[in-house]
Design a protein around this ligand. Structure first.
Ligand SMILES: NC(=O)c1ccc[n+]([C@@H]2O[C@H](COP(=O)([O-])OP(=O)(O)OC[C@H]3O[C@@H](n4cnc5c(N)ncnc54)[C@H](OP(=O)(O)O)[C@@H]3O)[C@@H](O)[C@H]2O)c1
Length: 284
């Protein structure tokens, strides 16, 4: 199978590249791994050329402008990259006869539900970032009806900045850290996500699929587990979102139901187990 990956230099892209290289039994003949320097998704002609020349069976679009607060102050850039860029990739994939896997987000929801979001639930984003990704989903479904849209949440991994890395740094330097306790979601290890995404490609998946590690927590509970497993002496203090105002609103509840993933017979490990593997063998 031939794969062209946009966003290869990102947090998730790092593990997708790793998975694609170590699992030649799944996908392996050919991988074109692209950063924004290789192909800016805002450049329609460049995107077309890259996809046409690489002749992928699957195009994976992990590239995005992911600075959620930055999107609030720069909505034009958010829509140019996350929506128009996605449209360029979808049009080029259609032209080249390639399947498309688009990585999307729990932030397409408003977070007012009190049970896990199903793929059939209506989008109602409350941030510019969420709006740009939600609009991209709608456009891609029009352009390429067989697109696979994998929504995920709260990513952590070794390929870049992430929440556990920040907590480890803060908790090593401070006796006490404050973390919000009124936003609930599912932390997701990019290594587990990358593996599940490639299984979806292999299964020729289409439509919207929710892919997160199993189980839920608040950011405070997530931080507490990071500090506990790492045996750091820092005290983790629960606070409210209102005490920590940020430019972008976040959904208070963004747990994604795994039913759509289970339909492909794919199970995800618990986030606590994923966190232990992220932290490495010295913690328990
Ligand atoms: N992080 C999360 O918690 C989270 C949660 C839910 C969903 N997601 C989604 O998951 C996907 C992967 O996220 P991530 O955390 O791995 O992102 P990331 O670490 O911020 O990486 C973003 C990637 O996109 C590329 N990129 C940015 N602007 C581009 C442009 N104009 N043209 C081409 N490439 C561009 C970057 O390339 P350069 O390195 O060259 O800049 C980089 O490879 C995204 O679609 C995101 O919306 C993320």
């Amino acid at each position: 199978m031939r794969v062209t990956l946009f966003g290869a230099s990102g947090l998730l892209g790092h593990d997708l590249v790793h998975e694609l290289r170590i699992r030649p039994d799944i996908v392996g003949d050919y991988l074109a791994a692209l950063s924004s320097k290789d192909a800016d998704v805002r450049d329609r002609d460049r995107v077309r050329k890259v996809i046409r020349n690489s002749r992928p069976d699957w195009t994976i679009l992990s590239a995005a402008y992911t600075d959620v607060d930055g999107c609030e102050t720069n909505p034009d850039l958010a829509f140019a990259v996350n929506c128009d860029g996605a449209v360029h990739v979808a049009e080029a994939a259609r032209e080249a006869g390639s399947r498309l896997l688009f990585i999307s987000t729990d932030y397409v929801f408003d977070g007012t539900k009190q049970s896990p979001y199903e793929v059939s639930d209506a989008r109602n984003p409350i941030s510019v970032y969420g709006q740009s990704k939600a609009r991209a989903e709608e456009r891609l479904l029009e352009i390429l009806p067989e697109v696979c849209i994998a929504r995920t949440s709260w990513l952590f991994g070794h390929g870049g900045k992430c929440f556990p890395a920040t907590i480890l740094k803060l908790a090593s330097a401070r006796p006490e850290i404050s973390v919000v306790n009124d936003q609930r979601g599912s932390p997701t290890f990019t290594r587990d996500l990358a593996s599940a995404l490639l299984q979806l490609c292999r299964a020729s998946a289409r439509g919207i699929v929710h892919v997160t590690n199993s189980g839920t927590c608040t950011w405070y509970e997530f931080a507490s587990e990071i500090v506990r497993l790492s045996r750091l002496p820092s005290l983790v203090k629960p606070v409210t979102t209102a005490e920590f105002p940020r430019p972008a609103r976040r959904p208070a509840y963004s747990v994604l139901s795994p039913a759509s993933l289970h339909a492909y017979n794919i199970q995800m490990p618990a986030w606590q187990h994923a966190l232990q593997r992220y932290l490495g063998p010295t913690v328990s």
